[in-house]
Design a protein around this ligand. Structure first.
Ligand code: OGA
Ligand code: NI
Length: 362
């Protein structure tokens, strides 16, 4: 392995196995009932079936793929092409739109997941430009700031194709939140209020070929801290999802024009653990570069994330203490620049211990 920086090397137990499971996949869900206006099916009944499928997928897998989702293929092809062109440039060009502690959006190639460096480079952009967030991670500091997108000179259409893609993602994300709300027995617009001044963002991921794909990962195991993720992966594949039943890492076979959806930590908290956010990671390979584009749906900074009242009661008390989304987001971003000794902020830090829950029940 000679010249590979040891910062990329995963501990033995986290390295991808050469014989990973390709056989059984995450559920594939057809959204034509809600995306085609002239559905021939009896709509109420078809919607009921779809809501049940979504609920089962969220509960049993935390991950699913959707087809017939209504996102025009051309919008996806445009952003995929622009992303390729952007990353194909020399490093010094990409670094002109580099992230810094002040400019938190743009290009960077030094992300670490759980202190191991990821074999990837990324370009981040916010859906709302600018996005309002707390100025500081400190709990008592009430000052706000604005995060602005940075756009490279080349390719010239990057901004336009990203903005058009973001509009499509937002429509799909809203539909998904509605289906998820219905599957939890809530009104379909239950989550809309949290998304008024959202902090959603899009990431262009590029995973270059890696000389040691059995020792490194494109992105190390993690859960997404947001509401939900809509991921477009290319035909190379590499995403792996941890199966809930046995902890096995499953390879998600690329399906043309499908999107991969996963429940994020916020849905886990809102649903009081009915739906859990699931660990995933991305493998790299020595032969082909890989591209993926996640859209992360995230609420307004002032949202206090906590189990929904309708989903908790005396027998099923809230399992989490409320936390402020903006402070959480800013704290997590900060750790990208400063290696913190403490573990990165995670939702389990807000979990109420079982013993306290038991006392409440008495
Ligand atoms: C992420 C992620 C997976 C992939 O960026 O959060 O999980 O396949 N990406 O790129
Ligand atoms: Ni992820």
């Amino acid at each position: 392995m000679g010249e590979v920086d040891p910062a990329f090397i995963q501990a033995q137990e986290h390295r991808p196995k050469p014989d990973f499971t390709r056989a059984e996949g995450i559920p594939l869900i057809d959204l034509s009932t809600i995306s085609s206006p002239n559905s021939i099916l009896d709509n109420d009944q078809a919607l009921g079936v779809l809501v049940e499928e979504i609920g089962d997928a969220c509960k049993n897998w935390g991950f699913f793929q959707v087809i017939n989702h209504g996102v025009p293929l051309a919008k996806r092809q445009n952003i995929e092409k622009a992303s390729r062109i952007f990353f194909d440039q020399p490093l010094e060009e990409k670094r002109k739109v580099r992230r810094s502690e002040e400019k938190v959006l743009g290009y960077y190639d030094t992300e670490h997941t759980r202190n191991i460096r990821d074999w990837k480079e990324v370009f981040d952009l916010n859906v709302q430009d600018p996005t309002v967030v707390p100025a500081s991670y400190k709990p008592d500091d009430e000052e706000l700031t604005r995060w602005f997108n940075q756009w490279p000179e080349y390719p010239a259409d990057l901004r336009e194709v990203c903005e058009e893609y973001a509009t499509e993602m937002e429509k799909l994300a809203y539909k998904l939140t509605e289906l998820i709300a219905l599957s939890l027995g809530l009104p379909e617009d239950r989550f809309h209020g949290f998304l008024q001044e959202q902090t959603s963002f899009i990431r262009l991921n590029h995973y270059p070929p890696c000389p040691v794909p059995d020792l490194a990962l494109g992105v190390g195991r993690h859960k997404d801290g947001i509401v939900l993720t809509i991921l477009a992966q290319d035909d190379v594949g590499g995403l792996q999802v941890k199966r809930k039943t046995d902890g096995e890492w499953l390879w998600v076979k690329p399906t043309p024009n499908a999107y991969i959806i996963n429940v994020g930590d916020i849905i886990q908290v809102w649903s009081n653990d009915t739906y859990e956010s699931v660990e995933h990671r991305a493998m790299v390979n020595s032969g082909r570069e890989r591209f993926s584009i996640p859209y992360f749906l995230a609420p307004a900074h002032y949202t206090n994330v906590q189990p929904l009242e309708e989903l908790t009661n005396q027998q099923n008390p809230a399992k989490y203490k409320p936390y402020n989304w903006g402070k959480y987001l800013v704290t997590r971003k900060r750790s990208n620049f400063q290696k913190l000794d403490v573990e990165n902020l995670q939702i389990h830090h807000f979990k109420i211990p079982e013993s306290e829950l038991a006392e409440k029940l008495d």
